[in-house]
Design a protein. Sequence first.
Length: 649
Amino acid sequence: MTISSTTTKVSYAGNGSTTVFAYTFKIFTDADLEVIVRSATGTETTKTLTTDYTVSGVGSDGGGNVTFVTAPASGETVVIRRNLALTQGTDYVENDPFPADSHENALDRLTIIAQGIQEELDRAVKGAVTDATSVDMTLPPAANRASKFLLFDASGDVGVASTDTLTVSTLQAFSDYQVDTFTGDNTTVAFTLSAEPGQKGNTQVYFDGVYQAKANYSLVGTTITFTTAPPTSVKVEVVHGQAASTFVPDDGSITFAKLATAAVDTDLTSVSGSHDTLPSAKATKTYVDAQIGASNELSEVLTNGNTSGGTNIVVSSGDVITTNTINETTAASGVTIDSVLVKDGEVDGRDVSTDGTKLDTIETNADVTDTANVTAAGALMDSELSDIAAVKALNQGVATTDTPTFAGLVTAGNVDGRDVSADGAKLDGIEAGADVTDATNVTAAGALMDSELTSITAVKALNQGVATTDGPSFTDLTLSGGNLLFSSAAKGVYLGVTSATAANLLDDYEEGDWTPTIGQGATASSDATYNASFTGGQYTKTGRIVHCTATLRLTDKGTQSGAISVCGLPFASDNNVKFRATWSCWFHGAADIDLTGNTNGTIMLYQAHNTSHILVRVKDPATAAAENVEFADISDTVYLQLSGSYVAA
């Protein structure tokens, strides 16, 4: 064939139910496919042939199917990739006819291998076609690149750098590698990512596993916008990182050794106003000592620090003078304070601020004409009394130790520790409920009343248990309605005896349907067909005696050969030669059975012991000779009626 397609792999989205996925390119063996499943988090797993999947369509120009043992889950991506071994298996024998087919297959194989290599090259990092041949893209040896970052130098050559030589200006870092997935609808062009990648260089976009060029989309913050809306049902997968924020060191974590030498000034004698370097502590002390001199007097500091002249001290709001004493050194004018002096110490041994607060409190609370003050002191106010006249008229003690006298007493509380009202209610209840002569009271207590019994005489004469677990005896038992039901299997009624005798136990009665079939021995014919309207039977089982009737009508006796039997009896016969049984039968049509060449005699149905089928035989009463009726002797539409009784196992 010719190789007109460059497709070497296909991609699908799993849904948890689909197991069959098509591939559309030719392979030579089922091992020529590589099947990879990528999870929603980006983890890729290469599946194993036969264990995880099977392949069909080997050698077909149009491809075939990959069938998974377990359907890939929703959120998983299935990639089927042609990956041939790089071998050449075609052998040309000298002077043999030219093998056109095998030669073409060999050429196809080489082309397919070249396409596979090209597919890998398409996913590789490559230099631009226009790059000079002098650009060196070779990685440094492993020992030289260990624990370092990959970079490109000013010439575009590949190099590495240690972490301590990288700056924010030379590294666009990102972290938290992640994958966002969307589904195209042929309309939406803008999608929101879960984090901000920082730049397009930190993103990779795939449509159904096919890489998309960065020219096909733009990135602003967390929004990625495509120039053309992704087609309907296409899985859009955006692989990206989250832009790393600029590193801010902890307070106090930068040591002198970490500062660049040029950023620290150790000599301040030539510093100008345009310098923005940091002074060292030693340089600062040297400079200050040189400016102040050996004496640290205030006047010297003020003189050196105030180049405009004078020794005035300007104190702004919030400023604090912490010296213990201010000495007047200029006798003429003294020290002038233009505003209120706020001092953190005391005046003449007193804290003026604290004393002022106390004075404010005394001013507020010392007013005895203020009702709030008097009430706070604990005085009883007229307004707090419900009846001021009654209080004024009080002429005897009413403390708990007193014995006052009253014309009458109404209380809402207790008397001698008891709630009289509650106790009275209890007494009323006792009076009403304690009357055992009251039928209502006795009934409420759970007593069984004579009036509730249908026959009090029968209850009084009861002399045996009649609970569900008892076994009472009765002279006779009459059921006025309903049925007699035994709650356990294999239970019955002993008939005609006064004690339990196994031979007199009737422990089973059944009625039901059974379906007769023809067969050989106990095995029914596998391909005989029946007229359902005229095929069926009923049985009655009383104890171990089974009586059956049935009709059997064929529409096709099938391909069975040999002796025929009627199968499907509802119960097997007893395993005792004494219980063999014969059945009666009647064939409807003269053509139903042809006994030409058979023993002369009567058609009979015979059931052996320990069987659930009936043999059809011809027996000569004169000679006692008997033989089986065979399938060859009956017509395809035989119509048979039969009945009989036998002893079940």
